[in-house]
Design a protein around this ligand. Structure first.
Ligand code: PLP
Length: 399
């Protein structure tokens, strides 16, 4: 039987303290020990079965981590207060002064800014390459390289990286492959394709209700223990800790992720096909015209489709802004960054989520001014939505 991540989440059984159908929320920052000796042992690293302090771990965070590890088919996971909290902890755990990262050049703007502007302060340097071309990735590897980094489906250009090829390079050069899988939960399982560490911003599809930020790191038990180590663990010492109330609410939302992803994917494919027929410049991994279409199919779990993210190039920033404002006025969706909401969200990445990337670099990677990134919502009737969007496009002169 093939591995279906939704079944693995479904099969977990948690009971609340009084037999509740949801686990109890651990409303404590600290925990009592029955003996001083046990407390000492716990701080020495023998924390098995014990909670010591909620920055280290809490029952609620461990429940959510367990479910996300099941989803990504990894041994363990550590939840974080945000996606950036997860990303920065991982990179600082894996790299020290003098080390080097080879990263995809099309990644979330915050991650790019962290690698480009922040890590050099710690003498950690990054080469940004086109990760859709494994030979470019290999050429950039130096004796100091420790990490290969990419997003499965990149933000915002929706480029698809061949994770098997990246994993082969990582293995050949003894590097860690770190993959941000935020755009393709359930659909693609990077660990099964060879990734060492899988990261998500939970803020997006996984939580799906745009009411909190959150993140997770999925990996081996050894790596997750290292992140939480009281002496030198980046997650423990930098402290991007998720609050228990939030992890409990994200766990409840995770229960419907498989249904939501199917609907996001169905709706996005519907619109992408229509807009392509209309002659618009639409990019969506589910279209045969997408350069990563076949590659995505070699990696995906068909049931969850090609995801909810789509881009449309409308020619200029002015046109993009005019269209987005009109679509918001007509209540087709919201002019907002982020993704994975029930309502369609749209923004122009060049001036928002990727604004950390200089205009020259944006041009080089093909991020044009008129590009609109859509996170397609859970609309019930997509033909109706398509007609409404088409009318807006006609009114602003794009169609
Ligand atoms: N990774 C990707 C692909 C993202 O799109 C984002 C945010 O937009 C992040 C990471 C950062 O996540 P967070 O905003 O939860 O810190």
């Amino acid at each position: 039987m093939t591995f279906n991540p939704a079944d693995k989440i479904q099969d977990l059984q948690y009971f609340g303290e009084f037999g509740g159908v949801n686990p109890s929320i651990s409303d404590s920052s600290t925990y009592t020990f029955l003996s001083a000796k046990k407390m000492f042992d716990t701080f020495e690293g023998n924390a098995e079965g014990c909670y010591l302090y909620s920055r280290h771990s809490s029952p609620s965070n461990l429940y959510l981590g367990k479910a996300l590890a099941a989803m990504e088919n990894t041994e363990a996971a550590n939840v974080a207060a945000s996606g950036m909290g997860a990303i920065t902890s991982v990179l600082l755990q894996l790299c020290g002064a003098g080390d080097h990262i080879v990263s995809s050049r099309t990644i979330y703007g915050g991650t790019y800014a962290f690698m480009k502007n922040f890590l050099p302060k710690l003498q950690i340097h990054t080469s940004f390459v086109d990760s859709t071309k494994p030979e470019q990735v290999e050429q950039a590897i130096t004796p100091n390289t420790k990490v290969l980094y990419c997003e499965t489906v990149s933000n915002p250009l929706l480029e698809v990286t061949d994770l098997r090829a990246m994993a082969a390079l990582a293995q050949k050069h003894n590097l860690k492959l770190v993959v941000d899988n935020t755009f393709s939960p359930l659909a693609i399982a990077p660990k099964d394709l060879g990734a060492d560490v899988v990261i998500h911003s939970l803020t997006k599809f996984i939580n799906g209700s745009s009411d909190t930020v959150g993140g997770v790191v999925c990996g081996t038990q050894e790596f997750i223990d290292a992140l939480r180590n009281v002496n030198d663990g980046a997650a423990m010492l930098l402290g991007p800790t998720m609050d228990s109330y939030r992890s409990a609410s994200i766990l409840k939302n995770l229960r419907t992720l498989h249904i939501r992803m199917q609907q996001h994917s169905r709706n996005a494919l519907y619109l992408a096909e229509r807009f392509e027929q209309d002659g618009l410049k639409v990019v969506y991994p589910g279209l045969a015209s997408h350069s990563g279409h076949e590659l995505y199919q070699q990696m995906y779990n068909k049931e969850y489709g090609f995801g909810g993210m789509m881009t449309l190039d409308v020619g200029s920033l002015d046109k993009a802004n005019e269209l987005m404002e009109l679509m918001q006025n007509r209540n087709i969706g919201y002019l907002a960054v982020s993704l994975g909401f029930y309502k369609t969200l749209f923004s122009a990445p060049g001036t928002s989520t990727s604004s950390e990337i200089s205009p020259e670099e944006q041009a080089e990677m093909g991020l044009s001014d008129g590009l609109i990134r859509f996170s397609i919502g859970l609309d019930n009737d997509m033909e109706r939505t398509y007609q409404m969007m088409k009318t807006c496009m006609q009114e602003v002169g794009i169609l």
